[in-house]
Design a protein. Structure first.
Length: 370
């Protein structure tokens, strides 16, 4: 009886709504990845399922650790992520065929190799360290020197990821940096000043961009010019989604257009083609539920660290979803951003569930002072 009572006490404060929503999204993603794999687009459903299982276990374990202790010991997450990032600049770094960025580590795992993307862990580490940094400063965030320290803090992961050639994840970190500062209490006039300064250097950056990267933006406006070159992926994507109609062409019946990266960058296309408008809406509904529960946790938290941690994960998921779905619908340039919980990628799924575990810890210990 005591053991049953203990289990009930332990699970009473578990954020089941958030956990189940994330699992449901991941299982739907697993179905889509399996279809992409059957059609020859790649992806490893078995590895994805294993990463989902370990991710759920990790999230549940982390949820029992007080998030304040996790934030105070930020270095336990930051240092490994920085070491792994540094290894990508050594001969251990790996460039996935078809990409132009060296942001992977190829690790032997039994008879197979496991691709690890350190930048996925670095994004979660950045949320933890930056949230702790902002919460520690409090009202001093408005003063020049503390603000410069925050800028240096934010610049580190952005530059590391940018040096890997991963413009997409560098952009996500810029969004995280900016929105967390706003949530943390930085006056909007500072943000507006930074935005104006950034806009001023855009022409300078544009002139020094490679023709390939320029074309990724230009193909959104000059569709006919780039239809058969840089814009061919997005052309196939919108055509496939359109062919899905309301109910879709049927599960495992899509993927006959040879669209590259259906299993990750264009996983939303698989949902739209095979399950139609209803399948695409289900993706959006599941993501919206996850964001809603994260926002609820942020609102229920009684102190800044918990609020910032939950908002950080919310910003990460929302910004990646907007970019990824925008890529599939040809309203955003192709930046190689995965759709959270849906796209193939063990590194992405595992680290997302680490973040979910932290958000669940905020929910569990929201009324605790220690």
């Amino acid at each position: 009886m005591n053991r049953v009572h203990t289990v009930k006490e332990l699970t009473r404060h578990t954020d089941w709504f958030l956990l189940i929503s994330c699992i449901a999204a991941s299982l739907y993603g697993l179905l889509l990845i399996y279809s992409a794999n059957i059609s020859g687009s790649g992806g490893n459903p078995t590895m994805q399922a294993l990463c989902l299982l370990f991710g759920i276990l990790a999230a549940c374990f982390i949820s029992f650790i007080n998030y304040r202790s996790l934030a105070a010991r930020w270095y336990l997450l930051a240092l490994p992520s920085l070491v792994l990032m540094a290894l990508t600049f050594t001969p251990l770094g790996y460039e996935v065929p078809g990409t132009d960025d060296r942001n992977w580590l190829l690790l032997p795992l039994g008879s197979q190799n496991f691709l690890l993307q350190p930048s996925e862990l670095l994004k979660i580490a950045f949320i933890v360290t930056f949230s702790h940094h902002i919460a520690t400063l409090g009202d001093r965030i408005r003063k020049p020197f503390p603000l410069l320290g925050l800028c240096a803090h934010g610049a580190l992961p952005i530059l590391l990821i940018f040096l890997q050639g991963d413009d997409g994840n560098a952009f996500i970190c810029i969004v995280l940096f900016t929105v967390l500062l706003i949530v943390g209490g930085l006056p909007l006039r500072y943000i507006l000043g930074g935005t104006v300064s950034l806009a001023a250097v855009i022409p300078f950056v544009w002139q020094r961009m490679s023709p390939d990267k320029k074309a990724r933006f230009l193909c959104l406006f000059q569709v006919d010019t780039y239809r058969n070159t840089t814009g061919w992926q997005q052309e196939l994507s919108v055509t496939a989604i359109g062919a899905g109609g309301i109910h879709g062409v049927g599960y495992l019946q899509g993927g006959k257009d040879n669209l590259y990266a259906r299993q990750n960058d264009f996983i939303f296309t698989v949902a739209g083609e095979e399950f139609g408008f209803l399948g695409a809406i289900l993706v959006l509904a599941l993501l919206s539920l996850i964001l809603l529960f994260l926002y609820r946790n942020a609102r229920k938290s009684t102190e800044p660290t918990g609020q910032l941690l939950c908002m950080g994960l919310l910003i990460l998921i929302a910004s990646q979803a907007i970019v990824n779905i925008g890529m599939a619908l040809r309203v955003m340039p192709v930046l190689g951003i995965t759709l959270p919980f849906f796209s193939a990628g063990g590194s992405s799924l595992l680290t997302l569930f680490l973040g979910v575990g932290i958000a669940m810890s905020v929910y569990r210990y929201r009324y605790s002072r220690y």
